[in-house]
Design a protein around this ligand. Structure first.
Ligand SMILES: [Mg+2]
Length: 303
């Protein structure tokens, strides 16, 4: 019996050690289980080779400064000599019969330039396309036209050239394939890049301002109603004349057209093309089209 009492006392002592004499009321606790998932690191975004060259290289900067110096020098010299013929191809002109619009004696002089990758580099949208890995997206581009001001930069050499062209008394007119519904955003973008004020349908012409869709001849004729155009510049041949945009032309045939006797003397002499290895109809051609058969060569076989 004595043995039993001792066991009971021991049990009570053990109970007191296990449970507090005044137990804490039970609480409801919510436990959130966080599952850890291994997320692979994002694939690093890289610019394309063309973007590295055009937007990132010293060589591109120098090429652009050279080109814009040449354009300004040409315009200054031409303005001083007061030409009576425009460099805008007349309607129906061909390589065999190149004909240019006439200039009225009292028409003010103008130089007509494309905007994208001619006056400005679209760095904001180009990087966004890279990050999205989508390539060009028209809906995103439409947003860019509206809101990109401040995120596009003037191409090196353009501001100095504009100062010289304006000082020579020549009006600068922009003819761009941006949508005319977004003219305000485009004017803002040019202004924010430091290129000055442009007024819709006076010094800024956009797609939709004349018949012909993305063809620019209609707008060139419209501009020529009021101005004698002494220089055209752009990064694509359509910035010069729609005749070069014939979709049936292969890259070699398109190249040959620029070399026709009527047109060849105009390059650097009223017509100016700036480099753009990033996009546009120049990025085309098969192995056979790019590398002429007569240049075929093989290295010696490995021993
Ligand atoms: Mg362009």
């Amino acid at each position: 019996m004595k043995h039993l009492i001792s066991l009971t006392a021991l049990a009570l002592v053990a109970a007191c050690q296990t449970f507090p004499s005044d137990p804490v009321p039970a609480e409801t606790t919510t436990v959130t289980i966080v599952e850890t998932v291994e997320v692979p690191p994002p694939t690093p975004v890289e610019p394309t080779q063309g973007q590295q060259w055009l937007f990132g290289s010293a060589e591109a900067r120098v090429a652009m400064v050279q080109d814009w110096n040449a354009i300004a020098s040409y315009v200054e010299a031409k303005a001083a000599s007061r030409p009576n013929a425009s460099v805008v191809l007349a309607p129906g002109a061909t390589a065999e019969s190149a004909d240019f619009l006439a200039c009225g004696a009292d028409q003010p002089l103008a130089a007509v330039f494309d905007a994208d990758e001619t006056l400005i580099w679209n760095l904001g949208s180009m990087a966004a396309f890279d990050r999205m890995s989508t390539g060009f997206d028209p809906k995103v581009w439409d947003q860019w036209e509206k809101t990109g001001a401040g995120k596009a930069v003037a191409i090196p050499g353009v501001k100095d050239a504009f100062d010289r062209i304006r000082a020579a008394g020549v009006e600068i007119i922009v003819n761009t394939n941006r949508n005319n519904a977004n003219y305000a955003g485009t004017a803002d973008t040019l202004k924010a890049a430091g290129l000055g004020e442009f007024a819709h349908e006076q010094t800024l012409f956009l797609r939709g301002d004349a018949p012909g869709g993305s063809g620019k001849d209609g707008r060139r004729y419209l501009i020529s109603d009021n101005y004698c155009v002494i220089a055209l510049a752009g990064d694509q041949l359509g910035d010069i004349a729609d005749i070069f945009n014939d979709k049936t032309l292969t890259p070699p045939a398109r190249k040959a057209l620029t070399a026709s006797a009527s047109f060849d003397t105009l390059w650097g002499n009223g017509w100016f093309i700036l480099p753009n290895p990033v996009y546009g109809p120049s990025i085309a051609g098969t192995m056979d089209e790019v590398f002429p058969a007569e240049t075929y060569w093989e290295p010696a076989a490995k021993e």
